[in-house]
Ligand binder design. Structure first.
Ligand SMILES: Nc1ncnc2c1ncn2[C@@H]1O[C@H](COP(=O)(O)OP(=O)(O)OP(=O)(O)O)[C@@H](O)[C@H]1O
Ligand SMILES: [Mg+2]
Length: 325
């Protein structure tokens, strides 16, 4: 038998992707851009949908994306559970994580091994990030001598507000002992993932961790080391590109943002909140699904094996089997 072409598999999944859910029986509903959350008592059910967001809008769905993201995060939680306790209870379906509902800590821990993104923009203006003073003369995307922590608080607008360690502790935003545990956990998780990624020719550039308390115990929550919470670069082209002053090769979404801006220059990047999303071609959706598959392989070290199936149907079956529905 000739193995089916991957493009065809992805195409067959187009009308079976998971765009939205409506499981009122699972609990109180909270909708994120990409994930649907249901809360009942001390259990939270996080469903990774196939929604793809860019420029702060949900643009389309991408076959297998939710599954890949949930499985990448679950992979890391499993690999690091001996280092830091996490919120996972069980993974009843490839798209679903059942977790301990925690009292969330209002500070996110952002860990950086390279200077890029918003920390770079601040640096060029002579500003610090979370009060951290960096050496003079750094170049964009350069590796830092030491990993730094730039904590932030979640702003309503979705943009991070950086805050210094001193202020967090002086204002009692987080208990001193808990904060020390968060710092230790962040370093441990980051260093573990960084080393793992290097072996797969990947640089873990920076990432964000969210923590919560469950019966007074600190747990790492949300998702970890996914493309939505972290920045990854390809390591074997990094030095050459840095030397030439070029941007590093990155994973995922950037090709899509580029496609949107090239195809619809009048609409992107500054799409208005009320503006209708223009048509998205099958070809770019297939490209993107394949890019996510490549990333899945790079990050986890194993091949993603797509199976065409109606995600919602399968999920209902699995949630029933596990007694959540
Ligand atoms: N174990 C947990 N207990 C309680 N809350 C959690 C837990 N894990 C994650 N959360 C919270 O659940 C919410 C998940 O929302 P989600 O990530 O889907 O959307 P969002 O963060 O509001 O927006 P975005 O789509 O931009 O990420 C976040 O506020 C996160 O802090
Ligand atoms: Mg989130």
């Amino acid at each position: 038998m000739i193995p089916e072409n991957i493009d065809d598999i992805i195409r067959r999944q187009f009308d079976k992707t998971l765009n939205s859910t409506n499981f009122t029986a699972l609990g109180e509903f909270y909708e994120g851009k990409v994930r649907d959350n249901y809360i009942k008592g001390d259990v939270r059910i996080i469903i990774a949908t196939d929604r793809l967001s860019a420029f702060d809008r949900v643009i389309t769905t991408i076959p297998f994306k939710g599954q890949m993201l949930n499985q990448i995060s679950s992979f890391w939680f499993e690999k690091t559970k001996h280092l830091v306790k996490n919120h996972i209870i069980t993974i009843p379906d490839p798209n679903v994580a059942v977790v301990h509902q925690c009292e969330m800590i209002p500070v996110e821990m952002i860990v950086r091994a390279y200077i890029t993104g918003s920390a770079w923009r601040a640096y060029t203006k002579g500003e610090t990030t979370s009060g951290i003073i960096l050496p003079k003369g750094l170049r964009k995307n350069q590796r830092l001598d030491d990993i730094i922590l730039t904590p932030s608080t979640k702003a309503e607008s979705g943009h991070d507000i950086y805050i210094s360690r001193e202020k967090i502790l002086n204002d009692n935003m987080v208990d001193k002992d808990i904060y020390a545990q968060m710092e230790e956990a962040s370093y441990k998780l980051f260093k573990f993932a960084q080393n793992y990624c290097y072996k797969n020719d990947l640089i873990l550039v920076d990432t964000k961790y969210e923590f919560g308390l469950k019966d007074g115990e600190l747990l790492v929550t949300d998702e970890i080391h996914t493309q939505d919470s972290s920045r990854f670069w390809i390591s074997n082209s990094y030095d050459e590109r840095l030397a030439k002053g070029e941007e590093p090769e990155i994973l995922d979404k950037e090709i899509f943002r580029g496609w949107l801006m090239d195809t619809y220059p009048d609409i992107f990047p500054n799409i208005a909140p009320s503006q209708k999303i223009p048509p998205i071609s099958s070809q770019i959706k297939i490209e993107l699904a394949k890019t996510y598959m490549k990333s899945y392989k790079k990050i986890t070290g194993s091949e993603f094996k797509p199976e065409v199936s109606d995600v919602k149907e399968r999920m209902v079956k699995n949630l029933k089997k596990a007694n959540y529905l």
